[in-house]
Design a protein around this ligand. Structure first.
Ligand code: ADP
Ligand code: ZN
Ligand code: ZN
Length: 749
């Protein structure tokens, strides 16, 4: 008797055992999908994890699997190992990983297809011509046959004279009945054929690659040296130093060696710009994998990697880690500090940068982490010897770093110079000058909408989301108030529902308000806005970028969406409207992020020839972080942050695991969370904090509590995971606990 352990697309136990029916015995192999019944007669597509002959204990209750979906595996063994690692490190189920790895609608192309060819006898020209003579009265058949001969070059010496049946019918606009006629005459025959995947060309346009500058060539060589000793290299190159060109040379080298490359970018940085640049170099060896692609487009990439092992480069977002690579030589994680590399919801809550390192290792490949402002975590690993470190401190073409001018908005407000305006006189002046000279401007405000908060002047009432514990953001264009967590939307109230006052005032500001004021200050100038509201689709996003690139728009206003991976040639002024909103954020990484974001948007100024200027508006000009941004003092920022982190037991010194508990009834949740935290504390002591009520304590009608665990990095995660799962199981004995949802967030960002 043979059994298959399968993974179900459900967050339950890791695997379930089914009996393999005799007729499928030789066909069911790990990595194939099968149909199985589970629970109350529901049928699922499961993935075969292991095939064995170990009879399970409750033999008689074991069901038989119902059907085989794939004749050959759609997942490689190395991928299954990777899934296993994700499930175990991020404390989730294999089913969660399976669901994330293979989108449900994944349609894998059959490997076999129906083909039409000339039947043996008719491969001689005379017989064929004789037959054509006889076909004069069957016009349609004659036409189809002639077209077939034409399309397949059947009469040329050495021709195979075959083509897919489907393509033939489509291209000749012929019905199946006409083809049937020819088949009956015996001139054509249909057969099943293993289909050939489009092969990539052997040569690619290496010629198109730009030669590296001296500084770039040195960085390139240093990276290669690091890789002789270490699996991971952190590459810190200032904005516009030409990191992308260096990546291209590294990719070319891997392809030449016959290996594959994965080039990871955070979602928002994956633009046509970068696709075009790489497409130009690598032609059909470049595959793009975007989460906004349709399932069909994604399946296409999957199929190509599954069915051929050619050296290709995949440009993709974090989910491309799950593609069926066969021999990854290199993973490049660009903008490695980006927090969007971490998946938030649903599970698996993996960090693509860290997972990339593990995946590359499994393939015996290397990982290159690239950034102008690396995450403190990676920088720490690089300076303590775990990773190699290569730096590039000059911009390409020796273009100077932009000058950063800070403006004290508190002072200007006190002097009534900045009254009812978001723009300081200095920023207006710099913008004016740039625009008259035909240059462009970028304005950065990391908040979308018009105003983050509305408040009643009389009684202080603030409209809140009914599902979540957050205030609603005012969107002026639609006159609505919207929740940025769940999308809950109401019309803008005319009066305060509490005191009936009509005086509702706006607090703070977002990109929409910036746009409105720009229109007032520069009525003749073309302005665009790039944020989650305007760039909902890939096309909308690309249009905004392209218009700016081509100079159709002069001013681009945006959130952090515009800080990444874009290369604009004519931007001479960048305005950071409020540094305060970035710095005053209740998170231990707030300052690290504020620094990264400000340096990155600043980097948009003055690429290529012109040096640029950045106007940085803040009410805390003396804050040490502002000075560090001004001097691009990255190391200084790291030193300051590391001191705090070691004192308060944060990463990179400690590993954080946040246990999130959710429930409909707040009192039950609170009680259970307390009990749970106490159980953890009995073993982990003061490494356990909480339960705490997170800043946003209710999302989509569920209340939230968090228990934070800080453990020494050296402790490793396996014993801890075992303990956490034990505690969870023992808690589940409590009836009240069963109504709660619990998940783990390992290495939260
Ligand atoms: P980064 O990724 O470090 O921000 P890019 O790779 O986008 O920098 O390079 C900045 C600009 O300099 C781009 O316009 C790029 O085409 C140009 N550039 C970089 N390296 C070279 C090179 N070796 N030859 C020609 N142009 C280059
Ligand atoms: Zn009121
Ligand atoms: Zn909400």
């Amino acid at each position: 008797m043979r059994y298959a352990d399968v993974i179900l697309p459900l967050p339950l136990a890791n695997s379930y055992t089914y009996r393999i029916p005799d007729e499928l015995e030789s066909l069911v192999t790990p990595g194939c999908r099968v149909m199985v019944y589970f629970g109350k007669r529901r049928c699922y597509t499961a993935l075969v994890w292991e095939v064995h002959d170990r009879a399970p204990q409750a033999e008689q209750t074991v069901k038989e699997l119902y059907a085989l979906v794939d004749a050959s595996p759609v997942v490689r063994p190395i991928q299954l190992r990777f899934w296993q690692w994700i499930a175990s490190y991020y404390i989730c189920r294999l089913g969660d990983v399976y669901k994330a790895a293979i989108p449900s609608a994944q349609g894998f192309q059959p490997k076999r297809q129906l083909y039409v060819r000339l039947a043996g006898d008719y491969r001689q020209e005379e017989r064929l011509l004789a037959l054509l003579d006889g076909l004069k009265r069957a016009k349609k058949q004659e036409q189809l046959l002639l077209r077939f001969l034409d399309l397949t070059h059947a009469l040329e010496p050495g021709s195979v004279a075959e083509m897919p049946r489907k393509a033939l019918l489509e291209q000749c606009d012929a019905s199946a009945a006409v083809l049937e006629g020819l088949l009956r005459r015996g001139v054509l025959e249909v057969y099943e054929k293993e289909i050939e995947r489009p092969r990539v060309s052997k040569e690619w346009q290496e010629i198109a690659m730009k030669p590296l500058s001296e500084a770039q060539a040195q960085a390139f060589a240093e990276i290669q040296t690091v890789f002789q000793e270490k699996a991971v290299c952190l590459f810190q190159g200032v904005t516009s130093s030409g990191k992308t060109e260096i990546y291209a040379h590294l990719i070319a080298e891997e392809l030449r060696q016959g290996r594959q490359v994965l080039y990871l970018l955070p979602e928002i940085a994956l633009t046509t710009q970068i696709m075009e640049r790489l497409g130009h170099y690598f032609g059909d060896r470049l595959l793009v994998y975007h989460s906004k692609f349709s399932d069909t487009e994604r399946a296409e990439v999957w199929n190509r990697l599954l069915q051929q092992e050619e050296p290709v480069v995949v440009l993709g977002v974090r989910s491309s880690l799950f593609l069926p690579f066969s021999k990854l030589g290199l993973i490049i994680v660009d903008e490695e500090q980006e927090t969007s590399y971490k998946q938030q919801d649903p599970a698996p809550r993996y960090h693509a940068r860290n997972a990339a390192i593990v995946l590359a290792n499994m393939h015996g490949g290397k990982t290159l982490l690239g950034s102008a402002t690396p995450s403190i975590d990676s920088y720490f690993n690089a300076t303590t010897g775990k990773y190699g470190l290569v730096t590039l401190t000059t911009r390409y073409g020796d273009c100077r770093m932009p000058e950063i001018l800070t403006v004290n908005t508190r002072e200007l407000k006190r002097k009534k110079i900045m009254k009812d305006t978001l723009f300081s006189p200095l920023l207006v002046e710099k913008m004016q000058r740039a625009l008259t000279q035909g240059e462009q401007v970028i304005l950065f405000q990391n908040r979308r909408g018009f105003a983050p908060m509305v408040e009643c002047r009389q009684c202080g009432w603030v409209p809140h989301c009914v599902n979540c514990d957050v205030s609603l953001t005012y969107h002026k264009a639609y006159r609505t108030l919207t929740c940025h967590y769940c999308g809950y939307t109401i019309g803008f109230p005319t009066r305060c529902p509490d005191c009936d006052s009509e005086e509702l005032r706006l607090q703070g500001f977002g990109t929409e308000q910036v746009e409105e004021e720009v229109a007032r200050l520069f009525p003749a100038v073309k302005v665009d806005r790039l944020d989650l509201d305007t760039a909902r689709t890939r096309t909308a996003y690309e249009r905004i970028i392209t218009d700016f690139e081509r100079g159709k728009t002069q001013i681009l206003i945006g959130t952090q969406m515009l800080s990444k991976g874009l290369d604009f040639g004519r931007v001479s002024v960048v305005g950071i409207l409020s540094a305060d909103s970035l710095m005053n954020y209740p998170d231990f990484r707030a300052h690290e992020r504020a620094f990264q974001l400000m340096v990155q948007v600043s980097g948009r100024a003055g690429r290529r020839e012109q040096p640029g200027v950045v106007v940085l508006q803040t009410s805390q000009p003396d804050h040490p972080l502002i000075g560090m941004v001004q001097r691009f003092a990255y190391k200084e920022m790291v030193r300051m942050q590391l001191a705090e982190r070691s004192q308060f037991r944060y990463p990179p010194y400690y590993r954080l695991i946040v246990v999130v508990l959710r429930g409909k009834q707040e009192s039950v949740l609170q009680e259970m969370a307390r009990l749970y935290a106490d159980k953890l504390r009995s073993r982990l002591g003061d490494r356990v904090l909480g339960p705490v009520t997170p800043p946003i304590h209710r999302i989509q009608t569920l209340y939230l509590r968090q228990v934070v665990i800080k453990v020494e990095i050296a402790a490793g995660i396996t014993p801890l995971r075992t303990f956490l799962e034990e505690v969870q199981q023992s808690m589940q004995a409590e009836p009240a606990f069963r109504s709660l949802l619990l998940h783990y967030d390992v290495d939260p960002v």
